[in-house]
Design a protein around this ligand. Structure first.
Ligand code: 6PG
Length: 479
């Protein structure tokens, strides 16, 4: 056995991760793929990586030093289950199976329990950063046992992105904690992308600037508070000219956004946990709406506002949009961290929020300058009940909220959809409100279903005899 680590699945993410591992001192990497042809192709393409290639799973297991460690990089779902089954047949107690795909965290919880019963360790690890991250340094969110982390930690640290001398990887928590946090990362990624898209749309339609001009605006934004990978690549995409037509590429791309499921999972999970992740949800719904061509075609003649949308002062509007984006982005992260807190409580994970913000500073898709501020906020107050209430973010809200409102008003008046901007603002105002009309909803529930209510001035549970004399009685039971 020559290899100290193995990778299964030689599609782009898997082969890039294997190359990343191979490039670090002291590593010899075993590789395996379902079709041996692919393994041979990767071995031939990267001779310097010194891969130890196997054509059968038995050979692969034999090529690994004990305790064996293998990272699975295949499609989430059935393919992952199939590889886990194969590996448990050839691995031994003490060995470590890592699933580096985008698995649903409840699948990871199930798999971890099943694999643990054989004495083998199972670690579900979220890996973010796309193809380039896998090759040069991703952000890694491993779950699984503390014992497995002891062996795995140094290897993952050696391949992760590094920010301020610290590798972007931490042991997130047991069983599915890593994949849970990766799922939330993706949810925030969806919100961030949608917010940026809304900002672009508003600027384009309000000022008539070209995609290339807006690319310059994003490039400029990327030198300030909004500095982030997604802002950076947005400028690149907007600058791109279609070689076939000479038009901006963004104008020839079909406006129907796809998805592979992690955003949907985030929202489904948040609904179950009772956590409003409205910015993320609107981002998911915006993709769904975009991908309904028949409904959109049938609705294109629906009435909208009269006249063209032209802002009076383009520079001032662009700055307002920048501030609205910043404010909404804070809300997306605040909501995402709320979901992490609720998930940790529900599933019994000890997740350190500050650590999560730290490992998201580099390597991953949502990496951004302002994650430092989140880390600081949780360092100052680990029990912070809502990120947006940390002093730094209160100041951000103070300096952005007026502009944010102007943008949402302008969008509504112009008939330009800004679901993520406007729902984030509604959430923000909901949080701030001293009294919410939830009191009336409780009254309605009590009226038609005797669902009872509580009072602001007395303990206990109450019901009004709506169909009787409308006096109030003490109720025993709240539904
Ligand atoms: C990452 C990305 C990665 C992938 C998403 C995209 O962190 O590296 O999130 O996991 O690009 O699956 O998701 P959609 O295809 O659903 O947009």
């Amino acid at each position: 056995a020559q290899a100290n680590i193995g990778v299964i699945g030689m599609a782009v993410m898997g082969s890039n991760l294997a190359r990343n591992l191979a490039s670090r001192d002291g590593n010899t990497v075993a590789i395996f793929n379902r079709s041996a042809e692919k393994t041979r192709a990767v071995t031939a393409e990267f001779p310097d990586a010194g891969f130890v290639a196997s054509e059968t799973i038995e050979e692969f297991a034999a090529s690994l030093q004990k305790p064996r460690t293998a990272i699975i990089m295949v499609q989430a779902g059935r393919a992952t289950d199939a590889v886990i089954t194969q590996l448990t047949e050839v691995f031994e107690p003490g060995d470590i199976i890592v699933d580096g795909g985008n698995a649903l965290f409840t699948d990871t919880i199930r798999r971890e329990a099943a694999v643990r019963a054989t004495g083998i360790n199972f670690v579900g690890a979220g890996i973010s950063g796309g193809e380039e991250g896998a090759l040069l340094g991703p952000s890694i969110m491993p779950g699984g046992s503390a014992e497995a982390w002891e062996t795995l930690g140094p290897i993952l640290k050696s391949i992760a992105a590094v920010v301020d001398g610290e590798p972007c990887v931490t042991h997130v928590g047991t069983d599915g904690a890593g994949h849970f946090v990766k799922m939330i990362h993706n949810g925030i990624e969806y919100a961030d992308m949608q917010l940026i898209a809304e900002a672009y749309d508003l600027i384009r339609r309000g000022t008539g600037k070209t995609p290339a001009e807006i690319a310059d605006i994003f490039a400029e934004w990327n030198t300030g508070e909004l500095e982030s990978y997604l802002i950076e690549i947005t400028a690149e995409v907007l600058k791109q000219v279609d070689p076939q037509t000479g038009a901006p590429l963004v104008d020839v791309i079909l406006d129907q956004a796809g998805s592979k499921g992690t955003g949907v999972w985030t929202v489904q999970t948040a609904l179950d946990l009772g956590i409003p992740v409205s910015g993320i949800a609107e981002a998911v719904f915006a993709r769904s709406l975009s991908s309904k061509p028949a409904q959109r075609a049938a609705s294109s003649a629906l009435p909208g506002p009269d006249g063209d949308f032209v802002v009076a002062d383009a520079d001032a509007f662009v700055e307002d949009v920048r501030l609205a984006l910043y404010a909404s982005k804070v809300i997306a992260y605040s909501q995402g961290f709320d979901a992490i807190v609720a998930g940790a409580e529900q599933y019994g994970w000890d997740i350190k929020k500050g650590e999560i913000a730290k490992i998201w500073r580099g390597g991953c898709i949502i990496r951004a300058r302002f994650l430092n501020r989140i880390t600081e906020a949780y360092a100052e107050d680990p029990a912070l009940v809502a990120l947006v209430t940390a002093p730094f973010f209160v100041d951000v809200m103070a300096s952005t909220q007026a502009a944010w409102r102007r943008v949402v008003v302008a969008a509504a008046e112009a008939g330009i959809p800004s679901p993520a901007f406007s729902s984030s603002l509604a959430y923000y105002d909901g949080l701030r409100a001293e009294r919410l009309p939830a009191a009336l909803v409780q009254g309605q529930r009590d009226f038609f279903g005797a669902h009872t209510y509580k009072r602001v001035d007395q303990d206990g549970t109450f019901h009004t005899l709506w169909s009787g004399d409308r006096s109030e009685i003490q109720a025993v039971d709240a539904h």
